[in-house]
Design a protein around this ligand. Structure first.
Ligand code: AP5
Ligand code: MG
Ligand code: ZN
Length: 212
């Protein structure tokens, strides 16, 4: 199964990607996580991406298209993949089609803006990709990752000002591509508000119906 996860910043893409990945045994890639690793490693790509991410803007299409092109060429995704946070613009969606990355479904996790702002203020993340919330989704031991035991931290772009810009970018550039996939009959909208496990159940039900 080849999937795209769409949704506003903080909609729960990363949280649900881990669940889908475990259940259907397919790998997941987050362009945001890949870019943050590049920044941490001080690579040329990281240097290019940092100022855009700090401002809550999209990194240039060519950079993220390159990440996905390299990823889809690896053996890891031969039996399916989950793209978390890609594509985010019409040119990215068109580039993905041109790569031949046959997409079975685009799951849009829909969450209202005011709920997003509250979620981002309590988020703690791990370098391994896991994501927690101090109240809604806490780790077993405070500030320690359940999956790998590393210390959790707050993302640089989770401050109020940048969150506002990320939401605006989402509405302006990313939300319109839902219609691109709807026209192809690929779009599945899932209500992203409520308990994490309830949303996971909704996503699984939707995916099982397309697998059948
Ligand atoms: P990216 O890292 O993808 O950030 P984002 O889209 O802003 O999404 P997030 O990772 O913040 O949220 P999420 O949906 O994964 O939610 P999570 O599961 O963590 O991108 C960062 C930047 O990189 C972009 O701004 C851009 O600059 C650049 N970039 C990345 N991809 C790009 C692309 N394709 N093109 C151009 N630029 C690109 O959940 C959020 C919080 O809520 C957590 O605390 C979680 O525990 C909690 N939570 C989750 N579900 C629930 C629930 N049901 N109830 C309560 N709390 C919940
Ligand atoms: Mg994420
Ligand atoms: Zn971890």
């Amino acid at each position: 199964m080849n999937l795209i996860l769409m949704g506003a910043p903080g909609a729960g893409k990363g949280t649900q990607a881990v669940k889908i990945s475990e259940k259907f045994n397919i790998p997941t890639i987050s362009t945001g996580d890949t870019l943050r690793r590049a920044i941490a490693d001080g690579t040329e790509m990281g240097l290019k991406a940092k100022s855009y991410m700090d401002e809550g803007k999209l990194v240039p299409d060519a950079v993220v298209i390159g990440i996905i092109k390299d990823y889809l060429a690896t053996d890891a995704c031969k039996n399916g993949f989950i793209l978390d946070g890609f594509p985010r613009s019409l040119p990215q969606a068109e580039a993905l089609d041109a790569m031949g990355g046959n997409i079975d479904a685009v799951v849009s996790i829909d969450v209202a803006d005011d709920v997003i702002v509250e979620r981002m203020s309590g988020r703690r993340v791990c370098a391994c990709g896991a994501s927690y919330h101090v109240r809604h989704n806490p780790p077993a031991v405070a500030d320690v990752c359940d999956k790998c035991g590393s210390a959790l931290y707050t993302r640089a772009d989770d401050n109020a000002e940048t969150v506002k810009n990320r939401l605006q970018t989402y509405h302006d550039l990313t939300e319109p591509i839902a219609e691109y996939y709807n026209a192809k009959g690929k779009l599945i909208r899932v209500d992203g508000q409520g308990a994490v496990e309830d949303i996971t159940a909704r996503v699984f039900a939707a995916l099982e119906s397309i697998e059948a």
